[in-house]
Design a binder for this molecule. Structure first.
Ligand code: BGC
Ligand code: NOJ
Length: 815
């Protein structure tokens, strides 16, 4: 069953009933001010950092799941009946409910008793505020007298402290109300220079800022006392829980529409101009007022919204394709690219499954996010690379995460994951290939953010590679440290204490646990660094890297090959994991993907053998599971992976992030049908029909789909923030459709299903536009017969870089 449909023309997903199996969310903002919004207007907002600068409060794991957000209530003054036009929180039945999630905006509309309401929510480009534009229309044949109430709950900034430190926080909350604008200024009187404001375009009949006065004792958001009685209390919060609610009275003639604009925003004042009059405790509003006035104006709102739409058209225009498959088109052209932007912005910090207080920006995660994002806004990718690299440790190792506000690395979610440094090389390589901007390699970047420790970025990459090389185990394979890409393969942890974090608990010294996955990653990263070294004229260095990679490949073939697939690791004691000899966890997906992508086994048939094993042992109709057989009990020597019940997460779930590695590997061995088949199995749009089973949004990838060992096989979880977004984008655009940025141009090397006759694409690359037409006789998957560029046949399939502004026509014939 479906709960909506795609509107491809408008690049929107249209949810047509509010009671989706799980909240189906969207993101507002893509620079500094962000919001999460569900299909029933749930969610919250923050400035830059979901933990440290939270504007509105949100209670996770609530009942119902999604409660609290950007709410409006309509009340019919005659009958006294009130309802939420976004369904929640009153959940009264609506006619014509429709939520349209678009690129950086959502609009939620409905009708009840002849009153239509449609609210558009978005963040204008360059601003630290969000707009709610409500349009209320009277479809009755008589006049309607209505009240419109808004409601938000402020968070006292630090979202962690806000949820825990009540003995203090119930006494610190402060607001001001001036000219109908509600200002939330908790802690502004002391060290904060920022406040939030919530404004309304219409004259107010009343307002509330004390939550428990607005709601009334023993009531919740579905039944606020102010709304029920049709009159605000004009409460001013002192301590307790500051909220923001406006009350607007509307009288609408039959057929009449009225627009009411609300603006919720964040503002920082200069430290020496916080108060007005000076010496008082009153917020200086001189600087913020013009901004508020501007965005309460209907014309400004409309033009800001149009600019947002144009911004996204331009971004998505970087790659547009037309293939025989609507699901592929929709994901490549719109939703997968959009999700890549969101994962780039959020890393793994804030979603409905990531609380915003748990994790900041991941070192490995953000580097992988770059792979799917870099073609859209390379300047921001550049900035991100420099931020990440500045947290790298002098040893070449890495903090596992950093907070976006402070940009400093920390060990809050663990450290010593030995794969981390290698991902920096992959992120930088992707940036260089996209832009050709070698100057980034000369940027002076600190280690551990320590002033004075700077070295050129290039040296950071060298140290990354050395980090692995200097940490090899008895099989000449990389030591795994706390874990590798698979955070839950904690081979040195040996935790027996209930509740202890596998990610942060001290590791046991003296082990020799090694990772075949990191070996594959190293081979890939070494080749990338060799190519970069060549471009800097260091041919000798490039040779060394290639020799190191060759040695590592030999170690993989000698100790990492199990006969029918690549092994996964060696444990603390040097015993093999991911081998036919193991009772459980005999075959893992990660090394099959990564070793083949690195080129290991491509020339001796091992790659094909490994992929056949994946097909036979790991592939299911809902995607490829992480390993088999699932761990049926807890293994103290394996760690968190075996803590999950079989079929979930890293214990044999369909961990979607890894599936595109197999798609790429299939493309590398030329099996276009297999690559595309795997692509479709987890493609959210292709799973739309299964919404009752899948349950997550049909327009973005989840992190995981329950595997075949789970009772809920096929059910998705943890939507939005996952490396799945970037890697699927890479797999389909660069390896299946085969349009790949390289240092010297665009490589065109598709690997397609046999039945396709070709496809078309437009790709902007370093300022030029390439119109690419691929045609192929049926029956072929891969191989290029000829490439004609602007009428001239070229040698090979690398279309060289053209000058910015050029329009390049590329005719590709496969065969
Ligand atoms: C999850 C992993 C995640 C890790 C982050 C674990 O509980 O299973 O997917 O990467 O936490 O710290
Ligand atoms: C999610 C984490 O964000 C990512 O870094 C990790 O690679 C996967 N889980 C697998 O454990």
């Amino acid at each position: 069953m479906r709960y909506g449909h795609f509107d491809d023309e408008r690049r929107e997903y249209v949810v047509t009933r509010p009671d989706t199996p799980l909240p189906w969310i969207n993101y507002l903002g893509s620079e500094a001010y962000f919001g999460i919004i569900s299909n029933t207007a749930g969610g919250y907002s923050f400035y830059r950092d979901a933990r440290l600068r939270r504007l509105t409060r949100y209670r996770y794991n609530n009942v119902p799941f999604d409660l609290g957000g950007r709410y409006l209530y309509l009340r019919d003054s005659e009958s006294g009946e009130f309802w939420s036009p976004s369904w929640q929180p009153t959940r009264l039945e609506l006619e014509n409910y429709e939520c349209r999630h678009g690129m950086g905006y959502s609009s939620i509309g409905s009708r009840r008793n002849g009153i239509e309401a449609e609210t558009l929510y978005f963040v204008p480009g360059g601003e630290n505020l969000e707009i709610w534009r409500a349009r209320v229309t009277n479809r009755r044949d008589s006049e309607a007298k209505l009240s419109l109430f808004s409601a938000i709950e402020f968070c006292l900034w630090d979202a962690w402290d806000d949820q825990t430190n009540f003995q203090r926080n119930f006494s610190t909350g402060q607001v001001e109300v001036e000219d109908g604008v509600i200002y939330h200024k908790t802690e502004y009187r002391e060290r904060r220079d920022h406040f939030a404001y919530f404004a309304c375009s219409e004259p107010l009949a009343g307002f509330d800022t004390q939550r428990d006065t607005f709601l009334g004792a023993y009531r919740s958001w579905d039944n606020p006392e102010a709304v029920e009685r049709g009159e605000s209390f004009d409460s001013v919060a002192h301590g307790w829980a500051p909220c923001g609610s406006h009350h607007v009275e509307l009288t609408l003639a039959p057929g009449e529409t009225k627009e009411v604009v609300f603006v919720l925003g964040y503002w920082e004042n200069p430290a020496d101009a916080k108060f007005d009059p000076e010496g008082s405790q009153t917020i200086n509003k001189k600087l913020v007022k013009p901004v508020i006035e501007r965005f309460l104006n209907s014309g400004e709102v409309e033009s800001a919204f149009q600019s947002l739409r144009e911004y996204w058209s331009e971004l998505l225009g970087t790659l547009q394709v037309s293939t025989p498959d609507e699901h592929a088109d929709r994901m490549v052209n719109v939703w997968n690219a959009y999700q890549c932007m969101v994962t780039f912005n959020m890393s793994r910090s804030a979603s409905f499954y990531e609380s915003g207080i748990g994790r900041g920006m991941g070192f490995r995660d953000s580097n992988q996010d770059l792979l799917g994002f870099v073609h859209m806004v390379p300047e921001r990718a550049r900035e991100r690379i420099l931020d990440i690299a500045a947290t790298q440790l002098p040893s070449g190792g890495a903090y596992h995460q950093y907070q976006p506000m402070t940009k400093r690395g920390n060990n809050d979610v663990g450290s010593g994951f030995n794969d981390d440094p290698a991902w920096l090389i992959l992120g930088v390589a992707a940036y260089l290939k996209e832009t050709g901007d070698l100057s980034i390699l000369d940027e002076e970047v600190t280690y551990d953010n320590e002033p004075g420790s700077e070295s050129p970025l290039y040296e950071h990459l060298q140290r990354s590679l050395r980090y692995t090389l200097h940490r090899l185990g008895p099989h000449e394979l990389p030591l795994i440290g706390r874990a590798d890409w698979n955070d839950c393969l904690n081979l040195n942890c040996f935790s027996t204490t209930p509740g202890e974090s596998f990610q942060t608990t001290e590791n046991k010294e003296g082990g020799v646990a090694e990772s075949v996955f990191i070996a594959g990653l190293f081979v890939l990263a070494a080749e990338e660094l060799a190519q970069i070294a060549e471009r800097r004229g260091h041919t000798d260095e490039a040779e060394t890297y290639r020799a190191d990679a060759a040695k590592m490949s030999e170690a993989v073939l000698a100790h990492g090959w199990d006969g029918e697939w690549f092994r996964r690791a060696y444990d603390y004691f040097g015993d093999v994991i991911g081998s036919a000899g193991n009772e459980e966890g005999q075959i893992f997906i990660e090394p099959q993907g990564m070793c083949i992508i690195a080129g290991i086994g491509l020339d001796d048939g091992k790659a094909v053998t490994a992929l056949d094993s994946v097909a036979a042992r790991l592939a299911t109709e809902h995607g490829i599971v992480l390993q088999q057989p699932a761990f049926s009990h807890y293994y103290v020597n394996l760690g968190e992976i075996s803590s999950y019940p079989p079929g979930y997460k890293e214990n044999a779930g369909i961990f979607c992030h890894t599936n595109p590695w197999i798609m790429i590997a299939e493309a590398l061995v030329g099996r276009g049908d297999e690559a595309f088949d795997y692509y479709q199995r987890i493609n959210p749009s292709a799973r739309e029909e299964l919404s009752d089973l899948h349950r997550c949004e049909p327009y973005v990838y989840p992190q995981m789909i329950a595997g075949k060992d789970a009772p809920s096989f096929g059910e998705a979880k943890n939507s939005w923030l996952s490396g799945t977004a970037a890697w699927n984008f890479v797999a389909v655009s660069q390896w299946i459709l085969g349009i790949r940025a390289e240092h010297d141009g665009l490589r065109i090397d598709p690997c397609l299903p046999k039945s396709w006759e070709g496809f078309e694409a437009t790709r902007s690359f370093r300022g030029a536009t390439y119109k690419i037409n691929v045609s192929k006789p049926k029956g072929v998957c891969r191989g290029i017969a000829q490439v004609v560029v602007n009428g001239q046949k070229i040698k090979g399939n690398l279309v060289e870089t053209h000058p910015a502004g050029a329009a390049v026509v590329v005719e590709v014939t496969m065969g």
